[in-house]
Ligand binder design. Sequence first.
Ligand code: BES
Ligand code: MN
Ligand code: ZN
Length: 495
Amino acid sequence: MPPLRFSPHDTIPKRFRTPLLVAFGFEGEAPDLPSGTDLPERARKDFDGKARSALLGYGAAGDGPERILLVGLGKKAKVGPEEIRRASAGAFHRARELKLPGYAVHLDPALAEQVSRRPLALALAEGAVLASHRIGLFRTGKESDKEEGPGAVDVFLEKGGAAFRDGLEAGRVGAEAQNYARSLANRPANTKTPAFLASEAKRIARETGARCQVLLEADLKRLGMGALLGVAKGSDEPPRLIVLRSRPAKERVAIVGKGITFDSGGISLKPPKGMEEMKYDMSGGGAILGLFSALPSLGRLPFEVVGVIPATENLPGGGAQKPGDLVTAFNGKTIEVLNTDAEGRLILADALAWTVKEFAPKVMVDLATLTGAVIVALGHEASGLIGTDRRLVDDLRAAGEATGERLWELPLWDEHREQMKGEVADLKNINGAGEGGGTIAGAAFLSHFVGDTPWAHLDIAGTAWGGRDRGYYKKGASGVGVRLLLEFLRARAAR
Ligand code: BES
Ligand code: MN
Ligand code: ZN
C-alpha cells in the first residue's frame, strides 16, 4: 500500500471541496467547524462528543465538503494525544468504509491549545497511519483485503506553523515504522528466519545510510557466545547477531532487542495452545529494525545509535540443549540452563555483554518479550521497566507517557540478583520455584551481563501482542517500542 500523504494548511479556506471533512468535538460542547460549513442544525444537536462517538452528515450540493464527520473526543479535561490518535483512526476507518480517495481534517484552535500543536499533529498522523495497517494480506480473493483506503489527508490548523508541519511528518514516519515492525512480528516464522531479519537490517542500512554488520555462526563461536549458540543448537536455521549503527559520534546509545524468530520452548516445550503466537518473540529486535527505518527523521543526532539483535529460533531439534546443560557466555560467566524456555535471557546475555565490550555505550536499553509473568503483573497496558539508572528509567518513562506506550517500573534489588546465582555454575537461567517475581528474575539474570553500564530493560511480552482494541490497533502484533525509542532519542538529543 502506498504511504498515506498529509498536506498541512495554515489557513482555512472558506469552502474547501473534499469528499469528507472531519472535525473533532469535546463532550457536551458544540464542535468547531470552518465558517461557512453547511451542517444541518439537527446534526449538530445529535452529536454528543462522547469518546468514540461519531456522526456523519451531508453537505449541500455545490462547493464545500460533500460529507462532514463529527468525531467525539470525550470530556475536554481528559483529552490528550491518545484520544486524538484513536479519534483520528476512527475517521480513517470511516473514510475507508466509504471508499473515499482522501479526506480533510479541521483542527479546532481550542484543541491545539489543549494538546499543543506538535503533539496534536503527531497523534493525528499516527492514528491515521496506524489505522491504515492491514494484517489479512495473505488471504486470496477477499475484496475487502485489497481495498487500499484513502491515500491523502488535508489537515487544517489556523496558524499551525512549523510545529504543526513537523508533528504531522514525524507522526507519519514513526507510525509507518511501527506498521513495519508490526508486519515483521505478524509474519509467519517459516518466512522469518534469523537470516531474513539480517537481510532486512541490510536493506534498511542501504536505504537510510546506517551501517550494518551481521555476525555469522562462525563469528559467534570465535567470540565465545556460548549462551546464544546453546539456544541455536536446537534449530537447523543458523543464528545471527545483527548490528546496526547510525552516524558515528563520540557518545553512544545502545539498544538491544530479543530476536527469537520462533519460541517453541525448546526441550522444555511449551503447550500447543497459543504456541503459534510465539512468532512474535522477535518483537524487541523488530522494534530496533523499525527504529532504524525511521532514524533519519530525527536529523543529525549528538550521539551514535547502536542497535544489536541476537537472532535465533528456539526449537527442540536433535542437537538441542537440554535442561541441566552448562554454557559459557561471552563475558566468561558459566550458566546452568535449567529451563530451555528461558532462552531470551540467554541470547541477550551474550548480546548485552558483547555490546558493552565492543561499544562502551553511555547508556543501554534492551527490549524483549521476556516473560509471561509480565502479563500477569501488568496485563497488556504497560511494558515492564527495570533499570539500574534513575535518570535513564525516568527518561524512558517520560517517552512512554508521551507516546502512549506506557511503562511501569518494577524493582531490582540485590536479593533478586542473588536468586540467579547457581550451585554448579555462576548463574542459573531461572530462579527457584516459589521465589516468584518472574519478570524481575529475568531482568536480574540480565543484570549480571551489563557491568557498570547504565542500563534499562523493557519486558514487552504483554504489550507487543494481544492488547484490546484501541482503534489504531486491533489484533496481532502492536509494533510497540518503535515510537517509544524514537521519542526517547529525540528528547535525549534535544537537551
Ligand atoms: N517468549 C517467552 C515469554 C512469553 C510468554 C512471551 C508468553 C509472550 C507470552 C519466554 O521465552 C519464555 O518462555 N519465558 C518463560 C520463562 C520461564 C521459563 C522462567 C515464561 O515466561 O514462561
Ligand atoms: Mn521461551
Ligand atoms: Zn521467548
